[in-house]
Design a protein around this ligand. Structure first.
Ligand SMILES: *Cc1c(COP(=O)(O)O)cnc(C)c1O
Length: 400
């Protein structure tokens, strides 16, 4: 265990307040604990959060029990299947890619742009074949991928776009919120360490009414009417039909209760994370003389969701990444690495015969990166503690 008098500072902690607790208790007392009125309200309020009313378009928001489920439903509804290829970044969590394999299609992993750590648009273009059906960009760490270039490329080649927005609430791209950029589907995550949480949960967002209708049916067993509809109708309504072998991906009202209250705080959470990131930038930036590379910035005028603060060691740093993480752990600070790129994992490596040399930028970043604590509940004292520990860990000791 770390040798420190201070309590261990974890890499991430959820920020659950009394309002969330009261909303969950209200749900428990209501008699409706699975998908019902609160899940429906969460979907409506999520659409309002994305500003569906403002730009006069109807966004369909479909609450699900994970972002993985949402990505799966989106790809299924777009008809992706055996023989098809989907292009995504190697520098992501396996969930992005695994859903393509659920459907029997193949994944084409491509490298990142080292300046943004997001998927490299030129690499996408080079990977397109006659079998390519879709592109899945990931807004890494909460920084928008280059969506105007990706959407233009998709239009030219007749491809669908599914945005993995697990890190991107709220992120803007060209001044517009991710979720409203016009891709076929955008999927948010409410996993425990994400920018808002429902414990487990996700939201599939689309403008496409047919995609939304299919995803709603497949979310609940392939039933053409959901349970809330059936049990709350004014007339006897025991009848339903199964129209496909669907999944069990619905979000419970207990989880949606958390989401309703977390969504109200999403902007305050973002502002706090942005302030912490600014403190880190000031401490670790060029003026510091430390052998560190700061995370990429958002474009001027755009919002970074700051889900993660990903530091990289400079090429000439005196210590390696693993040593830095060990020293921070010894100082009572938890870190993580986002991500071990998919091309290094046995399943992906062996299925597609991948080599690190095919992904030089992801590999280079991976070997030098770590994610340091960044969550809204961190105190200023804890932020200063992380700064001091990182500084001490990368500064060579002065000879006696
Ligand atoms: C967390 C995450 C997911 C999966 O989200 P779940 O809600 O846990 O299914 C997918 N993609 C990325 C990039 C993530 O970080």
């Amino acid at each position: 265990m770390p040798d420190t008098a201070l309590p261990f500072l974890p890499f991430a902690l959820p920020d659950i307040g009394e309002a969330e607790i009261a909303e969950v208790v209200d749900t428990l007392r209501s008699g409706w604990v699975t998908t019902g009125p609160k899940a429906a309200r969460f979907e409506r309020e999520f659409a309002q959060f994305l500003g569906a009313a403002d730009n006069g378009e109807s966004l369909h928001c479909i609450a699900v029990n994970s972002a993985t489920a949402g990505l799966h439903l989106a790809a299924e509804a777009l008809g992706i299947g055996p023989g098809d290829e989907v292009i995504t970044t190697t520098h992501t969590f396996t969930a992005t890619a695994e859903v393509v394999r659920y459907l029997g299609a193949d994944v084409k992993l491509v490298d990142i742009d080292p300046a943004t750590l997001n998927i490299d648009v030129a690499a996408i273009e080079a990977a397109i074949t006659s079998r390519t059906k879709a592109i899945m960009p990931v807004h890494f760490a909460g920084l928008a991928a280059d969506m105007s270039a990706i959407q233009a490329l998709a239009r030219r080649h007749g491809l669908k776009v599914i945005e993995d927005a697990a890190h991107a609430l709220p992120t803007t791209c060209g001044g517009r919120l991710v979720g409203t950029l016009g891709s076929e589907a955008t999927v948010f995550s409410f996993y425990a360490n994400k920018t808002i949480t429902t414990g487990e949960g996700g939201m599939l967002v689309t403008r496409d009414a047919a995609l939304a209708a299919r995803a709603k049916v497949m979310r609940l067993h392939g039933m053409n009417r959901d349970a809330f509809d059936r049990f709350t109708a004014k007339v006897p309504s025991w009848y339903y039909e199964i129209v496909a072998p669907g999944y069990k991906y619905n979000l419970t009202d207990i989880a949606a209760a958390l989401g309703l209250q977390q969504l109200k705080r999403a902007e305050a959470f973002r502002a706090r994370r942005e302030a912490i990131a600014a403190a880190y930038d000031a401490a670790f930036g060029a003026g510091s003389g430390l052998p560190l590379v700061l995370p990429p910035r958002a474009q001027p005028g755009d919002t970074h969701a700051w889900h993660l603060y990903v530091l990289r060691l400079a090429d000439d740093a005196p210590i390696g990444r693993d040593t830095l993480i060990e020293r921070l752990f010894a100082a009572g600070i938890g870190c993580s690495v986002h991500y071990i790129p998919l091309h290094l994992h046995p399943y992906w490596r062996e299925r597609y015969g991948l080599q690190p040399a095919q992904f030089p930028h992801s590999q280079h970043a991976y070997e030098r990166m770590l994610s340091i604590p960044l969550f809204s509940r961190m105190s200023d004292g804890e932020v200063q503690r992380v700064i001091a520990a990182v500084r001490a860990a990368v500064t060579p000791p002065v000879a006696p």
